[in-house]
Ligand binder design. Structure first.
Ligand SMILES: Cc1cc2nc3c(=O)[nH]c(=O)nc-3n(C[C@H](O)[C@H](O)[C@H](O)COP(=O)(O)OP(=O)(O)OC[C@H]3O[C@@H](n4cnc5c(N)ncnc54)[C@H](O)[C@@H]3O)c2cc1C
Length: 454
């Protein structure tokens, strides 16, 4: 329990990063009393943070594309601005030239967030570390991917250790529409025709050997010092580490071809087709069926290497990636099963989660989930029914992914991307991005009118 976490405040927000600061702003400007607890400033910091300012950007100084016509993250910027986002307005104050991207002077940005929050009379900022989930009182936990150990333990206890991951082991995710189904085929291993759950990409021996060489020789990113001793979990072994163990290791692991007749290779002697030398399988990653993950392909290859190498896989020559693979330390919940549609822990509804700990990925996405958590808490405190943003908007698509649309079994942190939006198959591919953003802009307006007034 925190000191004095009782009745003087309407909400206790734990973590003054991007999500916590945004949530505090949304609540504070609506007149609710907020206690914001941030452990930096007590002499303690996560291994990635360098300073004590609120909303510190731990790595890049970019909020990525600001193009709201053709880019999903740019659309998210736009929608957050419509919600009077603190993070977006502080970014405007701190902006530095970066072409079509939105980049900031990180010190000016952090100082602006802190100044504007401190100026709200009903938001109190405490420099304190919280070591356990409060037993009662409305709480928003926004402690990020590097949540301090004791609190992570308390969250683990409340959610079940299996539901709290400490590593992203991300396999690349591919847009379905960019996969060549004249080369690939749908089947499950030893398919008898009843379940055809996987997309299979066939490789002959020559293709496999070249691919194996590419994995072993490709340039990898290195672990940060504080990540280096964290062991791989079962099932999280990077694909290139497996490849280094022997030329055939992958053919007995994630690229196993047995039981997979390729109908495109059918001959009169083999009417059902033949088993390839190796197979890359993709599994559906969201309920919409728009994005598919490459099974077992978590990797630390550099992003440019991944694109180059994975486009040598038959059927993926023109693959477009919703996200590339990666492996780094990250505390996050299996939100699709643990949280309700308003980001509250089903087993302890006084606790709501926000930011990257919910399984979104990125500065903007974390702030956006903080913004929605603040709006949800405001609605609850005002006794109003919370209306979720339409799922055709970037806010709605992100929220739907976190709270139900993503597959819980393979849940991994995700950036906003058009694959999370309800598809517009009828629109020509060239015009689709504008169609997604145009639809979102039309549909967000009525939702904004229903928000708890400031
Ligand atoms: C090393 C690293 C690099 C990253 N680089 C990028 C990047 O370049 N671009 C990008 O878009 N995203 C990046 N991310 C991903 C992500 O966007 C950021 O981590 C983002 O800051 C997450 O926002 P958040 O508000 O959820 O968490 P944070 O911004 O980390 O905020 C959490 C806050 O909670 C505090 N806290 C933690 N535990 C406690 C406790 N027990 N009590 C009180 N306070 C506590 C922390 O001190 C921190 O201030 C990176 C992540 C990591 C780990």
């Amino acid at each position: 329990m925190t000191k004095d976490s009782g009745s003087t405040y309407d909400v206790h927000i734990i973590g003054g990063g991007l999500a916590g600061s945004e949530a505090a702003w949304q609540l504070g400007r609506r007149g609710f009393r907020v206690r914001l607890s941030e452990m930096r400033g007590t002499g303690e910091r996560s291994p990635a943070h360098q300073g004590d300012g609120l909303a510190e950007l731990v790595c890049s100084n970019s909020f990525r594309s600001d193009d709201s016509e053709k880019n999903a993250v740019g659309l998210l910027h736009h929608e957050m601005r419509l919600c009077d986002s603190l993070i977006m307005s502080a970014a405007a104050t701190a902006e530095v030239p970066a072409g079509s991207a939105l980049a900031v002077d990180r010190d000016v940005f952090s100082a602006e967030v802190e100044a504007r929050l401190s100026a709200l009379p009903n938001v109190d900022i405490f420099r304190e570390r919280v070591d356990a989930l409060p037993d009662a009182g409305m709480t928003i936990v926004a402690t990020g991917p590097l949540t301090a150990e004791a609190l992570a333990g308390s969250i683990g206890q409340a959610t079940g250790a299996d539901s709290l991951a400490f590593f992203d082991a991300i396999a690349p995710i591919v847009y379905h529409e960019s996969i060549d189904m004249d080369v690939c085929w749908m089947a499950s291993r030893w398919d008898k025709g009843e379940t055809k759950d996987y997309i299979n990409c066939p490789m002959n021996e020559e293709q496999y050997l070249a691919f194996h060489k590419g994995l072993v020789e490709g340039e990898k990113t290195s672990f940060k010092e504080w990540e280096a001793n964290t062991p791989y979990f079962d099932g999280c072994m990077p694909i290139e580490v497996m490849a280094e163990r022997g030329v055939d290791t992958l053919r007995f692991g994630p690229m196993k071809p047995v039981g997979l007749d390729n109908p495109h290779w059918a001959t009169p002697e083999h009417p059902n087709g033949r088993w390839p030398h190796a197979v890359v399988q993709l599994r559906q990653d969201n309920k919409l069926g728009t994005i598919w993950n490459m099974v077992g392909f978590q990797t630390k290859l550099k992003h440019a290497e991944q694109v180059k190498l994975f486009r040598t896989i038959p059927g993926l020559e023109n693959a477009e990636f919703a996200r590339l693979g990666g492996l780094h330390r990250n505390t996050f919940l299996n939100s699709p099963i643990l949280l309700d549609r308003t980001l509250r822990l089903k087993s302890a509804p006084h606790v709501r989660f926000a930011g990257q700990i919910t399984g979104c990925e990125g500065y903007v996405e974390s702030a956006a989930v903080g913004l929605m958590a603040g709006l949800m808490a405001s609605a609850e405190l005002a006794g109003r029914e919370w209306q979720a943003p339409p799922r055709t908007t970037a806010l709605g698509a992100l929220l739907s992914h976190i709270t139900g649309d993503a597959e819980a079994e393979t849940y991994q942190p995700m950036n906003i991307n058009f694959g999370l939006f309800p598809p517009l198959h009828d629109v020509k591919k060239k015009q689709r991005k504008e169609a997604y953003t145009g639809r979102a802009k039309d549909e967000i307006a009525p939702w904004l009118e229903g928000l708890t007034p400031a």
